[in-house]
Design a protein. Structure first.
Lengths: 285, 193
């Protein structure tokens, strides 16, 4: 008897709550635009925030409302923007490929000197704030990988030579790494194979640079003089190559004494860095 | 008044729900990684615990006891908490989207939180009166929040520390929780009802 009594009581209470919930769901029903959900499904879903909204869902709402265009999702690129545009019946304004993150420092651990041994938190920003960082060069990459940690797409890893390596296939151009780097070493460049780059950001005098790093720009202006199309200009004590003017001739790379200038496709890899270091060790021995 | 004050003190410090009674260890370890989420979770817990105790106490006193159904309390309380959380979620979504966004995923997460069930069960087992039960639930949830927020603060700092490989991750978190619990042992016997 008690058994039936309990089941009945519990069933009744459950039924009451169920009815209550059902009425509440009807009374407090919130209208949502089904398109928001559909747009959200098309987005990469990394919640990287490169669009300026706190997540993909918020961006989807903004697109549906018409606050931003479908191509404002940088990581999504052309494909996603086209899909969103066709879903919402809007037009995309451009068909650009996303830019590529490029590290403007080739001062690997073999060819740079340290001014002290850093034993603190493994974080670039903290290291940099501590006596200008443990590296002798106060502009160079510190190698603790803040950019690696911040990348939502796994497109950057820390190489064994102490410099970040960007995977061009995975990089979506979201700029999070560029914003994270305390030394502003990562720049977003339009994609392409042609053109040469001076991979250094040091504004130090040539003498200071060559003491700290074997491959840093020493502001000798050899490249400026040799360039046939005037694509290279000095920004303070640093050579800067204008990719739009560059004709890909390669004269500057040949002339550059420390070897700061490289073709975009030939940025020194981990193996090359180690080989160069071993070569030099042999020579000195 | 004195009883109410001692209930508040006891269940925030002396018999802290997490660090003394070991309820709600799962969210205590799960959402204490960041201060932001810890605060969100705390707010949701305070809200739900108080609401749940209010409803279950009324249900227990005016429905279960008169019908001699006291032995059904665990089942009914689970039912109450689950539907209450669902109800609150629906209502909040309509009335205050900001609060709904703020509490976010923490609200449905609490449905299966043992600390909430423990508060409602203890409130009737300790034979608290209505007002006392509410204050008890409030104090217990504030105690939970206190533990969670202290933990989040410590873990945010631990993240920055140089740690031997063996201790990294959950190992050091559990050790920290243990030490924190021992620290709260200092309140033991200070006050009792």
């Amino acid at each position: 008897m008690i058994f039936i009594y309990a089941i009945a009581a519990l069933g009744l209470i459950g039924l009451l709550f169920g009815l209550g919930l059902a009425t509440a769901a009807k009374v407090f029903h919130v209208e949502t635009d089904p398109r928001v959900e559909e747009v959200n499904d098309l987005l990469p879903g990394a919640n990287c925030g490169a669009c300026g909204y706190p997540g993909c869902m918020k961006f989807a709402e903004a697109v549906v409302k018409g606050e931003v265009g479908p191509d404002d999702c940088i990581p999504g690129g052309e494909e996603v923007s086209r899909e969103i545009a066709s879903l919402l019946g809007k037009e995309t304004s451009s068909s650009s490929t996303p830019p590529l993150a490029t590290v403007f420092c080739i001062g690997d651990i073999y060819r740079t000197t340290d001014s002290f041994i850093y034993d603190g938190v493994k974080d670039c920003a903290i290291d940099a704030s501590f006596y200008d960082g443990h590296k002798a060069c106060s502009y160079g990459c510190l190698g603790w990988g803040n950019c690696v940690r911040v990348c939502p797409f796994d497109a950057i890893r820390m190489g064994s030579h102490g410099l970040p390596v960007v995977d061009p296939e995975k990089c979506t151009g979201c700029e999070l790494c560029a914003k994270e780097c305390p030394r502003d070493l990562i720049k977003m460049l339009p994609r392409g194979d042609e053109g040469y780059l001076a991979l250094c950001t040091s504004q130090d005098r040539g003498k200071t640079v060559s003491k700290a790093c074997e491959v840093g720009c020493i502001a000798c202006k050899a490249c400026v003089k040799v360039c046939p199309v005037d694509a290279i200009e000095m920004d303070g004590k640093l050579a800067v190559i204008d990719l739009e003017k560059c004709t890909d001739c390669g004269d500057c790379e040949e002339k550059c004494p420390p070897g700061t200038i490289h073709r975009r496709t030939a940025i020194p890899t981990e193996e090359e860095a180690r080989a160069a270091a071993e070569q030099k060790e042999k020579e000195t021995a | 008044m004195e009883t109410l004050l001692s209930i508040i003190f006891i269940y925030i410090f002396v018999e802290n729900f997490v660090l003394h009674r070991f309820f709600g260890i799962c969210p205590f370890l799960g959402v204490s990684r960041k201060m932001e989420t810890a605060i969100g979770m705390s707010m949701a817990v305070i809200f739900v615990m108080t609401m749940a105790t209010l409803v279950t106490w009324l249900l227990y006193t005016f429905v279960l006891i008169p019908f001699n159904l006291g032995y059904l309390q665990i089942v009914t309380f689970i039912l109450v908490i689950a539907s209450l959380v669902q109800l609150v979620e629906t209502v909040l979504r309509k009335i205050s989207p900001t609060l709904y966004q703020g509490l976010g995923i923490f609200l449905p997460l609490i449905t299966t939180n043992c600390a909430v069930l423990a508060v409602t069960l203890l409130a009737v087992r300790l034979e608290f009166a209505f007002i006392e039960s509410i204050v008890f639930a409030l104090a217990a949830s504030v105690g939970f929040s206190l533990a969670l927020i202290i933990m989040a603060g410590i873990r945010e700092r631990l993240e920055m520390a140089n740690m031997p490989d063996v201790l990294q991750g959950s190992a050091v978190t559990l050790i920290t929780a243990g030490i924190l619990s021992i620290a709260f042992l200092g309140f033991q016997g200070m006050l009792s009802l």
